[in-house]
Design a protein around this ligand. Structure first.
Ligand SMILES: [Zn+2]
Length: 235
């Protein structure tokens, strides 16, 4: 009921066209627990949100997109501006694939080390790039290293975005990109991700080779558990 009132009051945006398969449910982010929830009337059981940070990357983004498409699931890619301007076609492929694109800062800088002006530049430059090159306005911001500041919070808010954290850390970034151990590393990443996974969790992953292999294990397991990956279309 509260959510409906908020929607009526205009505090929560109506569902946007994400390009995802038809699903009337409205999903929003609980920014206290960092979970994705269905609005009343929607299906609340067996949902999770997959977020993939630090892309695009020349090769792994393509592999991730192929894998996600093969399982007919959508993710939220938190991109950085520097690789986006190097591989703009990968960002287009994310959008064309029905995925969401979020802002993860231009150069993945620790915002706590920046002045307010530098913070604004670091954040808003990504939005400007997306607007100019992709006619796309991101809804969510994830601060690099998960470290935000009061200045960053107000810049994000004023830009019409919301912060997003996570509730399940895959720890994929702890593993080196070593071809010899990637399968073993991927099994560990998959185990850590799946071990405590609960309904509504937001999963933190990164655009890296080990993550591609881990998702080859994780995505079928989610299907077996009846967990759907959904995208937030309201807040
Ligand atoms: Zn990052």
């Amino acid at each position: 009921m509260l959510l409906l009132l908020l929607i009526v009051a205009g505090l929560i945006s109506p569902p946007a066209d994400t390009g995802a398969p038809a699903d009337d449910s409205t999903f929003y982010i609980d920014s206290v627990l960092w979970e994705v929830r269905a609005a009343p009337g929607g299906s609340t059981e067996g949902i999770a949100l997959l977020t993939i940070d630090d892309g695009p990357q020349k090769d792994t983004t393509r592999e991730l997109l192929d894998l996600l498409a093969a399982h007919d699931v959508r993710a939220l890619f938190f991109i950085n501006g520097e690789p986006a301007s190097a591989f703009p076609e990968r960002v287009q492929e994310m959008i064309d694939g029905g995925h969401m694109v979020g802002n993860h800062g231009w150069g993945h800088k620790d915002l706590a080390t920046l002045s307010a002006d530098e913070t604004a530049r670091e954040i808003l430059r990504v939005n400007e790039w997306l607007q100019q090159h992709k006619d796309y306005a991101p809804t969510f911001f994830r601060p690099p290293y998960g470290i935000s500041t009061p200045a960053a919070d107000s810049i994000v808010w004023d830009a019409g975005m919301r912060n997003m954290g996570w509730s399940v850390n895959s720890t994929d970034y702890l593993f080196p990109d070593n071809e010899d151990s990637v399968e073993q590393d991927a099994r560990q990443v998959a185990e850590r991700t799946l071990a405590g996974l609960e309904n509504g969790n937001i999963i933190l992953m990164h655009d890296r080779p080990v993550t591609v292999e881990a998702l080859r294990i994780i995505l079928p397991e989610l299907e077996a558990r009846g967990i759907r990956l959904v995208l937030p279309n309201a807040w």
